[in-house]
Structure formats: C-alpha cells, structure tokens
Design a protein around this ligand. Structure first.
Ligand SMILES: Cc1cc2nc3c(=O)[nH]c(=O)nc-3n(C[C@H](O)[C@H](O)[C@H](O)COP(=O)(O)OP(=O)(O)OC[C@H]3O[C@@H](n4cnc5c(N)ncnc54)[C@H](O)[C@@H]3O)c2cc1C
Ligand SMILES: NC(=O)c1ccc[n+]([C@@H]2O[C@H](COP(=O)([O-])OP(=O)(O)OC[C@H]3O[C@@H](n4cnc5c(N)ncnc54)[C@H](O)[C@@H]3O)[C@@H](O)[C@H]2O)c1
Length: 478
C-alpha cells in the first residue's frame, strides 16, 4: 500500500468489537500506523453481553432441565434438585469475565493506539473523538455494532425492563418474567429462564420463531418451547398497568402479570451520532449505506464497513469475516472481492435450531425437492431421551445438489455444521450418501433425511453406491 504520511494514520478502526478486532488483525499484517477507537465498554458484545454469557446461561439451564428425564433412566431423587439462580448467574459472570479479560489484554497491548472515545466521522478521512480532537487516516473501518431496540412503551418500566445488556448483571431473577420477541435471541433466553424455574410468558409479534421460515420446523420448535413456558404468538403484546404487584401484559384476549420483562425485540445498527451523512454517499431511509458484501466498501470511498452495524447477517463468524475483508481492503491498493461463506445460523435451544444455506421459501416451484426426518423414533435420540424435533433438507431436484436445511433437532448445532460444509463443497445428496455413517449415532437421522430427499431427486449421473457398500447393506443398517 502507499503510505501517504500526510495522514495521522493509515487506518482508523471505529469499534473494538469482534469485527473491529478482526479488521485490526488484517491491518496489522501490513502497517503499524493504525488506531482502534472505542466508546466503551471495551471487551466486545460477544464476550460481555452476547454469545458467551447467553450460552453460559443456557448450559446451566439445559443441565438442570435434564432432571426431568432422570427418573425414566432409573435414576431417582432428581425431584430434590433446585436451581440456585444467584449462583447460576454468578458462574455466568465469572466465566464471562475470563473471556472478557482475554480481549482486554489484547487491547492493552496496543498502548496509545487504543483510543477511548466516541467517534464521529467528519469526512471520509477524518474522525473526531468526543467532539474534541480530530484524527485523519487514509482509510476508515466502521465496525460500531448494534444495540438492543426496545419499543418506547416498554421503556417506562425502568429497572423492571431488562435486555441482554442487563440480564446477566442481575444478582437474582424474579418469579415471573415476560420475554418479548422470539427471534434467535429471545428464544434462547426464554428457554434458559423457563428451564431455570422462572414462570415465563413469551410474546412474539409474528408466528415465525427464531427466524425459521420452514413451517414444519417452526411447529416442532413451538411444541418443544411450550413444554416449559406459556407462548403467545402472532400478535404484538401491549403493556397494561404496572404497580408493586406486577406488570400486566395483554395480547388480544390474553393477559398476564409478571415481575419483570426481558425485551428481545431486535437490535439496531449503532449509527447514532456517527456522522455517516458526512461521507457524502447515499443512505437508505434507516440511515444506512449500501454495502458490497464482497468488498465491504462504501461506494468508491476508502471507507469499509463490518459486523453487526450491517444488520444483514448479525452473527459472530460473519462479523469476523467482514472485519477481515474490511481490514484487508483498508490497506490494499485496490479493494479485492472476497467470496462469502455458506449461510449458517444456530439458536442454542434444546433441541437446537439451525438454518443452513438457502432458506425455505413457501413459493418454491418443483425445482426444489424436500426431504425430512422426524427424530421421535430415531434410535440414538431415543436412547438419550432426546427424541424430538425434525430436520428438513432442500435439494435441487435436477441433479440433487444440496441447497439448504432448517432443523430443530437433537445435536442440531453439529448436524448444521455437517450440512453447511457439504453445501459449501457443492455436494449432491447422492455424494453425501456415499460417506460413512457410524451406528448408532444421531447422524443416522440425517442419513434418513438424505435418503428421503434423494427419492425425489432426478439423478444427473450414475448414483449407484460404490461396490464396498451394496444397497442391501445400506438398508440393513437402519
Ligand atoms: C445476547 C446475544 C447472543 C448472541 N449469540 C450469538 C451466538 O451464539 N452466535 C453468534 O454467531 N452470534 C451471536 N450474537 C451476535 C454476535 O454477538 C454479534 O454478531 C457480534 O458480537 C458483532 O460484533 P461487532 O464487532 O459487529 O459489534 P460489537 O462487538 O458490538 O462492537 C462494536 C463496538 O463499537 C463501539 N462503538 C459503537 N459506536 C461507537 C462510536 N461512535 N465510536 C466509538 N466506538 C463505538 C462499541 O462500544 C462496541 O465496543 C449474539 C448477540 C447477542 C446480543
Ligand atoms: N444463537 C445465535 O446465533 C444468535 C443469538 C442471538 C442473536 N443472534 C443474532 O442477533 C440478531 C438479533 O436477534 P434478535 O432475536 O434480538 O432479533 P430479531 O430481530 O431476529 O428478532 C426479534 C423478534 O421480535 C419480534 N418483536 C418485535 N417487537 C416485538 C414486540 N413488541 N413484541 C413481541 N415481539 C416483538 C419481531 O417480530 C422479531 O421476530 C439476529 O440477527 C441474530 O442473527 C444470533
């Protein structure tokens, strides 16, 4: 790259989250003339209030939930078990703090190149910090993340309104809670709270839970959630009276009283006061620029965009990829276009939920063949009393290329990875059926779904199994 020393820096990265830190790693391979600006708190959303504490809470909840199966396994006395919610939350924070400490250590090592302050863009090469000093750079990376969005009426609840920014800081949780919004985040937290013994009523404005477009998978998730909580889906809840006795919430004819509300009503890009209007580019009605997701470049500017500030795929691995692309292009002579990965999104409920590759569409024509497995009678799942959920596969009818999947299934997070890897490699269903399947494993359920979809595929080539695995042997294994 041309080091144009008329600027203070080669690159300024705004936002030290997972995307900003990935951009930093890419930038450092080429130049040491960079600075990382964050308004704080430092430590990343993922480690502080996102992926890590939420999964820690879910692990505790799932462990406690297993007590319901112990009697059936022949293990007695599980009814004596109690979840100590303050202790659960303390472990969440202790472990979370370890993850955050690792991030903070890497920031400290940057010395003065880590700048504390709120950044505002003045022009495509200039950033103002806290309205005071100005810094200039050849390139900017904007990675300011997102923030919980809570409809105004619920904000009147004051401290009885929680978001995932505040949930994990609670010393204890009340007896009755409402969860508003069952996107991936609300679904995870509603199940965690319910499994820990809190009376949860979950409200969801649409009928589609955890972003699932496939109605059969959605129905399976709904059935599983309803075992531990009261669900009100398909209408927007309204806040009724709130007093010392509780908070009243209505949804149509239904009403209930709770002690606190967790709002999981979506997140919005953190662009307020960022000065995007000073870049001189077109912004949509939400104030967001159009982004080329292969270069992460904003129009022809030397300004790059990464992470949840782009609401397109607000996931950790996508934020990291976008940071890598943005950082690499911020120091490149000419921005390069990078291939993006196969879509993969997981919701860590039990059974877990995933969307892989092409998402289900109600309007698909005959070009897409669908296959499925129901885990109710799947051998290994039954052994572990985890026999619920469905997996649906979508393949190109002509030739059988695997295109996508949605699932709510035992070990779903692992099945989803196998499927994402197969889709990324362009594998056909027939090719996947040639691969080994051990016995007895949950993956045999995936094989059932592969066979089901294969039955609806028009083979493009000779799909006879290889000689070492005759068709009759395959039948015998199930
Ligand atoms: C509860 C929860 C659970 C999640 N679980 C998962 C999961 O299991 N798997 C998964 O893949 N994803 C999960 N996610 C999503 C994942 O956490 C995000 O995709 C990821 O953290 C986004 O990283 P980021 O760098 O874009 O944003 P952030 O980490 O939020 O970083 C943005 C940074 O920018 C700073 N900033 C903002 N504005 C300014 C400004 N004007 N000046 C200076 N600094 C500024 C902020 O202080 C912040 O530090 C979860 C999210 C939440 C909330
Ligand atoms: N495990 C994971 O991968 C994971 C976990 C959490 C979040 N995330 C990511 O974080 C992002 C944010 O997730 P999210 O679940 O917060 O947001 P979301 O936008 O996906 O879901 C919020 C849901 O709340 C509903 N809603 C909005 N207002 C409502 C109201 N007043 N009452 C009831 N329902 C209401 C909406 O219909 C929407 O479906 C997602 O893009 C997701 O990719 C991922």
């Amino acid at each position: 790259m041309n080091a144009l020393h008329s600027y203070d820096y080669d690159v300024l990265i705004i936002g030290a989250g997972s995307a900003g830190l990935a951009a930093l790693r890419a930038v450092r391979r080429h130049t040491q003339r960079f600075a990382l600006i964050d308004a704080g708190p430092w430590g990343t959303t993922c480690a502080r209030v996102g992926c890590m504490p939420s999964k820690l809470l879910l692990e505790a909840a799932h462990a406690y939930e297993r007590r319901h199966q112990l009697e059936a396994f022949g293990v007695h006395g599980a009814d004596q078990l109690r979840a100590d919610v303050p202790a659960v939350l303390q472990r969440v924070r202790d472990e979370r703090d370890r993850f955050v400490a690792g991030v903070l250590k890497s920031i400290e090592a940057l010395g003065p190149r880590a700048i504390q302050g709120r950044a505002r863009i003045v022009d495509p090469h200039t950033v103002e910090i806290d309205g005071q000093r100005r810094l200039s750079a050849r390139s900017l990376v904007i990675a300011t993340g997102s923030k919980p969005h809570v409809p105004e009426e619920w904000q009147t609840l004051g401290p009885r309104l929680l978001t995932t920014d505040t949930l994990f800081e609670q010393p204890d949780l009340p007896r009755r809670m409402a969860v508003l919004g069952l996107g991936p985040l609300g679904t995870e937290m509603a199940q965690a709270l319910a499994q820990l013994g809190i009376e949860v009523t979950a409200f969801h404005a649409s009928a589609t839970l955890a972003g699932l477009a496939d109605p059969k998978v959605n129905a399976a998730l709904r059935q599983s959630l309803e075992r531990s909580m009261q669900l009100q889906v398909g209408q927007t809840p309204a806040l009724g009276e709130s007093g010392p006795a509780g908070i009243t919430i209505h949804a149509g004819d239904f009403s209930t009283q709770v002690d606190a509300v967790l709002a999981a009503t979506g997140r919005r890009p953190a662009i307020e006061g960022l000065g995007l209007e000073n870049l001189g580019i077109a912004l949509d009605p939400h104030g967001l620029p159009e982004i080329d997701r292969h270069t992460m470049q904003l129009e022809q500017l030397s300004v790059f965009w990464a992470g949840d500030v782009n609401p397109d795929r607000a996931l950790l691995h996508e934020a990291a990829d976008e940071g890598e692309i943005a950082g690499s292009n911020a120091v490149a002579e000419h921005p390069r276009a990078y291939k993006r990965r196969t879509p993969l999104a997981i919701t860590f409920t039990e059974p877990s939920v995933a969307t892989v590759g092409l998402a289900y569409d109600d309007h698909w024509s005959d070009e897409v063949a669908i296959g499925a497995v129901d885990f109710a009678n799947q051998g290994r799942a039954r052994m572990g009393l985890r026999n619920e959920g469905v997996l649906r596969l979508y393949a190109r009818r002509d030739g059988g290329e695997l295109l996508g999947a949605q699932l709510c299934a035992p070990a779903g997070e692992h099945l989803a990875h196998l499927l994402a890897w197969a889709i990324a490699r362009g594998s056909s269903v027939a090719e996947l059926l040639e691969l080994p399947f051990y016995h007895p494993v949950i993956e045999e359920g995936l094989r059932t779904a592969l066979r089901d979809v294969q039955a609806h595929v028009h083979a493009a080539r000779d799909t006879a199994p290889p000689a070492y695995c005759a068709p009759s042997d395959l039948d015998g294994l199930e």
